[in-house]
Design a protein around this ligand. Structure first.
Ligand code: HEC
Length: 427
């Protein structure tokens, strides 16, 4: 039987004022020492330097042991096993991040008499959404050398956030009460949201609509939405971000949901129970198309909706609107909100001659053609010219631009010069 002995050595020297600070280390090391690159890549070997760098002794290691997947909001235990044939005292640190955004915390750790949970930049839990670092509260001493396992209770985020990375640092120490002679190890483990693909109700498609105008006209590469039911657990939502990208483009499965237009998977940007936002695949062409929403795609419990029909045209131009739909989404050239302040608080007005940015979708393909879901490398021209008129006045013909925007492919600023003394033409 492994015996746990809490070492009292450090308490004995705590009386000396200078050691009070030092004491803190074996009672929970400073945060951001898991070796995670996103936190600066530092680990315990910053101070425990005898065998630095970390992982230089192949006889030992630290391992993150989990079920390999998570269900949103459902607690599970994460074990941190530290091993070394000579070590007698053990310490660790653990953090969890969504792969889609490693700068954010994924879920929360539970503080216990054994596990301390510290927040970034300071203080102990609850961390209220700030980064959390779980570690030993009092570094455990074992009677025999070999290994020790800490168990940390972790509550995953209530929303499915895609895969989650754990980063851990472990100290297999010699129990000399100092930071010398200790072996430091780091590791990481990725767990999937696969356990979340347990949807049991068949999705229902009510209609497919243009993502800006919410009418039924849609074109290849346009942003669009599926409205219906049972796309996700009610109350949960999932927005795709850079960590979800597959080969540099938007994913074709998000939060256990996929969508096929005439058998082609569409890139998805957002999912909630009654709405999926997606980009119409580039090559499906025009005419009536079959649309199917698939829950738990490609898994044994896959559920396909009944087939819905959507008619695609070559162009389906529409402007995005500010919340409430009362004003089209527009900015001044210095990125102020351009709207009637009575309709959109903080809005400013434009004068004739001002350059403005409008946001829309459905203007057809770009030149060169980017496939739906791909992210342009820079400003890209629309292939076909189009006209914008303001107040019935022709504001000019344009061949403009899909702006590079990694987080929102649906934003397509179209520089427009407001009509000024009837001047027109390509800019
Ligand atoms: C800023 C310097 C510093 C960092 C970083 C640091 N430690 Fe320490 N650690 C110390 C000092 C100093 C001691 C000795 C005094 C004490 O026990 O508090 C110590 C002691 C320990 C001990 C007891 C060692 C023994 O042989 O008795 C453990 C276990 C430990 N640290 C774990 C960790 C872990 C795990 C990390 C990384 C997650 C870490 N420390 C990072 C400074 C540090």
């Amino acid at each position: 039987m492994r015996q746990k002995v809490v070492r009292l050595f450090t308490t004995a020297i705590a009386a000396a004022a200078t050691t009070v600070v030092v004491m803190a280390f074996s009672t929970g090391p400073p945060i951001k020492r898991t070796g995670a690159a996103i936190d600066g890549g530092t680990d315990c070997s910053a101070c425990h330097r005898t065998f630095a760098p970390a992982n230089s002794d192949t006889r030992g290691k630290v391992t993150i042991i989990s079920s390999g997947s998570y269900t949103p909001g459902v607690k599970q235990n994460i074990d941190i096993k530290i091993e070394h044939p000579e070590a007698l005292r053990w310490g660790f640190q653990l953090t969890a991040r969504p792969v889609s955004d490693l700068t954010k915390m994924a879920g929360t750790f539970t503080s216990t008499p054994v596990i301390r949970v510290q927040c970034n930049p300071s203080g102990d839990s609850p961390c209220n959404g700030d980064l959390e670092f779980a570690s030993h509260r009092s570094a455990v001493v074992t009677a025999a050398t070999g290994s020790y396992t800490y168990t940390v209770e972790w509550t995953p985020p209530v929303n499915e956030v895609g895969d989650i990375m754990f980063y851990a640092g472990g100290n297999a120490a010699n129990n000399n009460g100092a930071n010398s002679g200790d072996y430091i190890f780091t590791t990481s483990a990725r767990i999937s949201a696969g356990g979340a693909c347990n949807q049991t109700v068949k999705p229902t498609v009510r209609t497919l609509v243009n993502g800006a105008a919410f009418n039924n006209t849609m074109a290849p590469n346009a942003m669009a939405s599926v409205l219906g039911l049972n796309f996700a657990v009610p109350g949960r939502s999932r927005l795709a971000s850079s960590g979800d990208f597959v080969n540099g483009g938007f994913p074709k499965e998000l939060a256990c949901i996929a969508l096929e237009i005439n058998g082609k998977r569409a890139p998805i940007t957002y999912v909630q129970n009654d709405q999926i936002n997606f980009q119409v695949p580039t090559t499906v062409g025009s005419g009536p198309m079959q649309a199917v929403v698939i829950a738990n795609p490609g898994r044994p419990n896959e559920l396909r909706s009944d087939v819905a029909t959507v008619t695609l045209t070559n162009y389906a131009p529409a402007f995005f609107t500010f919340t409430g739909g009362k004003s089209i989404a527009a900015l001044t050239s210095d990125f102020k909100i351009l709207a009637d302040p009575a309709l959109v608080p903080g809005g400013v007005k434009a004068k004739p001659g001002d350059v403005v940015l409008l946001y829309g979708t459905g203007f057809g393909v770009t030149e060169p053609v980017y496939q739906a879901g791909e992210i342009p490398d820079g400003v890209t021209k629309m292939r076909d010219a189009f006209t914008i008129s303001i107040g019935g006045d022709d504001a000019g013909r344009f061949r403009h631009s899909v702006r590079r925007n990694r987080s929102a492919i649906h934003l397509r600023p179209v520089p427009v010069q407001r009509p000024n003394s009837r001047q027109r033409g390509e800019r």
